[in-house]
Design a protein. Structure first.
Length: 403
C-alpha cells in the first residue's frame, strides 16, 4: 500500500529526525514518503502454501527470496526488509480473506504470492481493487497477465500457457500421433493441457481422451487403468509437488512406464526427483529451467541455495530468487519509495535479468519472457536437452496493457 495510507504515531524525536531528513531530500529535489525518511523497513507479505501438497514449493520460494535479500546485505532497493507470512493452504475459498489481511490489516508494501492458480486469481482481484503491488512467484493462471492484467500485477514465474505450448511440437516431432492427457481439474491443469493441445493439434496430432482428477486428490488408479486400456502413443500430464511424486510412482507401478511414455510440463519432475527415484528416469518435460543450465548465475545460485538450506535448488527456488531481483530493480529506480509507482514500473518493464534460468525480461502484460527448455531426467537430475522455444512470451490474450 502507498505509505500515505499508513497511520503513523511517531514520537517527537523521530518526527524531528524525519523532518531533517525530509529537508535533506527536498534539497536534492526529491520528496520521499515519511516512512523512507525515517528509515522504516519495506514490509513484504508472503502469501504462500506452507501446508498441503504444495508446501515444498512455497518454502523454496520463501527461502530463495530471503537468500537474495541476504546477498544484498538484508536490503532491497536500499531499504531493510520486514516479512509477514500467511499460509494460504492452496485454498481458493480463503484467498480473499488472506489477501485482505496482508493488504488492509498488515498494510504490507508488496505482496509476494502465490503457488496455486485459483488462489492467485482471488489475490489478483483484491490487488486490482486496492491498487496493491502484487508479484506472483509461481501461479500460472493465464488471466493474471491476460484479461485481469494491471500495472500493479507482475509475474516472475510463467503463465500456464508458456511451459505447455512447446510440448505440443516436441511430442508430435517425437512421432506420437495419438495422445492422452491427465491432470488435476483446476485452472493450472486445464490451461497447461489447453496450451499443449493448441500446438499439438495444430501440428496434426490427435487427442484420444482428456482425464481429470479433483485437486489435490491423488487416487490415480482408475485413470491409469483407463490409459492402459486405451493404449495411446504417449501421455501428457501436469502434476506438481506431493501429487507429482505420487503420480510418477503410480504410473511406474501400474506397469505403464516402459510401454506408454510419460511427458509433462516440468513441474512433474521438478523438486520431486529425490522422492520419485528411478521411477522418474527418462521422463521428458518442458520448463523454463533445467538443473544443469550452464550459466554463471545458475552455478552461483545452486551453490548459495545449498549453503543456506542444505537442499538442492529447483524451479520454484529460482522463481523466488528472481522475484527479489525484480523488486530490487524497481525499488532502486524509485529511491526505495514504493509510492513512486511510475518510476518503479518503468524500471521493472525495462529489466533484463541474468537469471539462473537464462536471460529474462518482461512483456507489456508484466509477464516474464523466457526460454522454455526440453529436459530429460537422467541420474536424478532434470538435464538440459535443447531449447524447445526461445524467448517465449505469453500471448497475453485479453490484456489491455498489451494491445
Ligand atoms: C498453479 O496452480 O498455477 C501451479 C501450481 C504448481 C505448479 C505450477 C502451477 O508447479
Amino acid at each position: 500500500m502507498p505509505d500515505k495510507q499508513r497511520i503513523h504515531t511517531p514520537s517527537r524525536r523521530t518526527l524531528l529526525k524525519g523532518a531533517s531528513a525530509m529537508a535533506a531530500f527536498a534539497a536534492l529535489g526529491r520528496f520521499p514518503s515519511p516512512a523512507i525518511a525515517q528509515g522504516a523497513p519495506i514490509k513484504i507479505g508472503f502469501m504462500l502454501p506452507y501446508s498441503g501438497t504444495y508446501t515444498k514449493l512455497g518454502k523454496y520460494i520463501d527461502h530463495a527470496f530471503r537468500l537474495n535479500v541476504e546477498e544484498k546485505g538484508g536490503k532491497l532497493g536500499g531499504r531493510t526488509v520486514e516479512y509477514v507470512q500467511v499460509d494460504d493452504e492452496s485454498e481458493p475459498a480463503k484467498a480473499t480473506d488472506n489477501m485482505n489481511r496482508l493488504v488492509a490489516r498488515e498494510k504490507v508494501d508488496v505482496v509476494v504470492g502465490t503457488v496455486h492458480s485459483g488462489v492467485a486469481m482471488g489475490m489478483v482481484k483484491v490487488a486490482r481493487d486496492a491498487n496493491a503491488l502484487l508479484i506472483i512467484p509461481n501461479a500460472g493462471a493465464n488471466a493474471a497477465t491476460g484479461p485481469m492484467c494491471a500495472p500493479n500485477i507482475w509475474r516472475t514465474s510463467f503463465s500456464n500457457w508458456q511451459p505447455g505450448f512447446p510440448m505440443g511440437k516436441v511430442m508430435y516431432d517425437a512421432g506420437h500421433r495419438n495422445v492422452m492427457t491427465i491432470t488435476w481439474r483446476y485452472a493450472a491443469g486445464q490451461e497447461m493441457v489447453d496450451a499443449f493441445k493448441e500446438n499439438y493439434t495444430k501440428a496434426g496430432g490427435n487427442i484420444v481422451e482428456e482425464l481429470y482428477v479433483p485437486f489435490p486428490q491423488v487416487e490415480f488408479q482408475a485413470l491409469l487403468t483407463r490409459i492402459a486400456t486405451q493404449k495411446p502413443d504417449a501421455v501428457f500430464s501436469f502434476f506438481a509437488g506431493g501429487g507429482a511424486v505420487k503420480f510418477v510412482k503410480d504410473y511406474a507401478a501400474a506397469g505403464l512406464k516402459n510401454s506408454i511414455p510419460l511427458y509433462g510440463t516440468g513441474f512433474l519432475t521438478d523438486g520431486t526427483l529425490e522422492a520419485q527415484g528411478a521411477d522418474a528416469e527418462g521422463i521428458k518435460t518442458t520448463l523454463h529451467y533445467a538443473d544443469d543450465l550452464d550459466n554463471p548465475a545458475n552455478k552461483a545460485f545452486i551453490a548459495a541455495f545449498k549453503k543456506k538450506t542444505g537442499e538442492d535448488a529447483d524451479v520454484y527456488a529460482v522463481q523466488g530468487y528472481d522475484t527479489a531481483t525484480l523488486l530490487d530493480i524497481g525499488l532502486k529506480a524509485a529511491g526505495g519509495d514504493v509510492a513512486a509507482r511510475e518510476k518503479m514500473y518503468a524500471a521493472m518493464q525495462a529489466a533484463k535479468i541474468d537469471s539462473p534460468r537464462g536471460p529474462i525480461s518482461f512483456s507489456k502484460a508484466n509477464n516474464v519472457v523466457q526460454n522454455v527448455y526440453l529436459r530429460e531426467v537422467k541420474g536424478g537430475m532434470n538435464r538440459y536437452v535443447s531449447i524447445a522455444h526461445a524467448a517465449l512470451a505469453d500471448p497475453a490474450r485479453g490484456c489491455k496493457l498489451a494491445s
